[in-house]
Design a protein around this ligand. Structure first.
Ligand code: PEP
Length: 253
């Protein structure tokens, strides 16, 4: 199975407004016309429409960083899947460890959001990952399997539409990256878990790696057989660094 690599930049709560538009334009200039890789930018909500406008006509696509599972309602401060689509997004990040740790997101909540995104036609990038304590206790595969089990049946409703991101919590924003063997071990286990639901699902589902991906470690990670791209935080805030990661995708080298 040839899964076209996906490189997604998670800008977190950085680069709103004009700074986001400038970064998006720089990314388009640096890698907006590259074939053989899907490039996704995930700005803060306030910059979504402007970034969609800035990337129009290029191959770059746009993601929200979160969504509410309901389509509309009295949920102050929230944004729904139809609203993200309306703003021009094709993707949404769900269950990022910062959402799970700082905002109390549960496996059940992640499932509901994934279902809402899929039902609306928004491609989810659903994050899983263990903490340092869980890894040190030898519980990595148990934890990521539990997190995946919560939403796998939703992904199975439309195989290949949803994407998983394995992001070890200890590697996010810390500069500590999982080595290619560590990443491959977990990605392979996740794919095996997918295949126990549905063999086709396992073949067509992208599993991205995230956690301190930088230009100098990207090619080692991206060349692992079960690593189908990257979810990039810090390095996505610099167009040059992000473009180097895009260029390190196997189909680009
Ligand atoms: C992330 O925020 O999803 C992430 C992986 O961050 P960083 O690349 O900075 O570790």
């Amino acid at each position: 199975m040839n899964r076209t690599p996906i490189i997604a930049g998670n800008w977190k709560m950085y680069k709103g407004g004009a700074a986001g538009v400038e970064l998006a334009r720089d990314v388009v200039r640096a890698c907006g016309d590259l074939a053989g890789v899907t490039v996704v930018l995930s700005p803060p909500f306030t910059a979504l429409a402007a970034v969609v406008h800035a990337v129009a006509g290029s191959r770059v696509e746009v993601a929200g960083q979160n969504l509410h599972p309901k389509a509309e309602g009295a949920f102050t401060g929230e944004v729904s899947a139809p609203m993200l689509l309306d703003a021009g997004c094709k993707w949404v990040i769900i269950g990022h460890s910062e959402r799970r740790q700082l905002f109390g997101e549960t496996d059940q909540g992640v499932r509901e959001k994934t279902a809402a995104a899929m039902a609306a036609g928004l491609r989810p990038i659903v994050c899983v990952g263990e903490t340092l304590a869980e890894r040190e206790a030898g519980r990595t595969l148990e934890v990521v399997s539990r997190q995946l089990d919560a939403f796998v049946s939703v992904l199975a409703e439309r195989p290949g539409f949803g994407t998983i991101a394995y992001e070890p919590v200890w590697a996010i924003g810390t500069g500590k990256v999982a080595g290619p063997e560590q990443a491959q071990e977990v990605h392979q286990a996740l794919r095996q878990r997918l295949s126990s639901t549905d063999a086709k699902l396992a073949h067509v589902t992208h599993i991205l790696y995230g956690g301190s991906v930088k230009p100098d470690n990207a090619s080692g990670l991206l060349s692992c057989p079960d690593v189908d791209g990257a979810l990039v935080g810090g390095a996505s805030l610099d167009a040059g660094s992000f473009a180097k990661i895009v260029e390190a995708s196997p189909s680009r080298v």
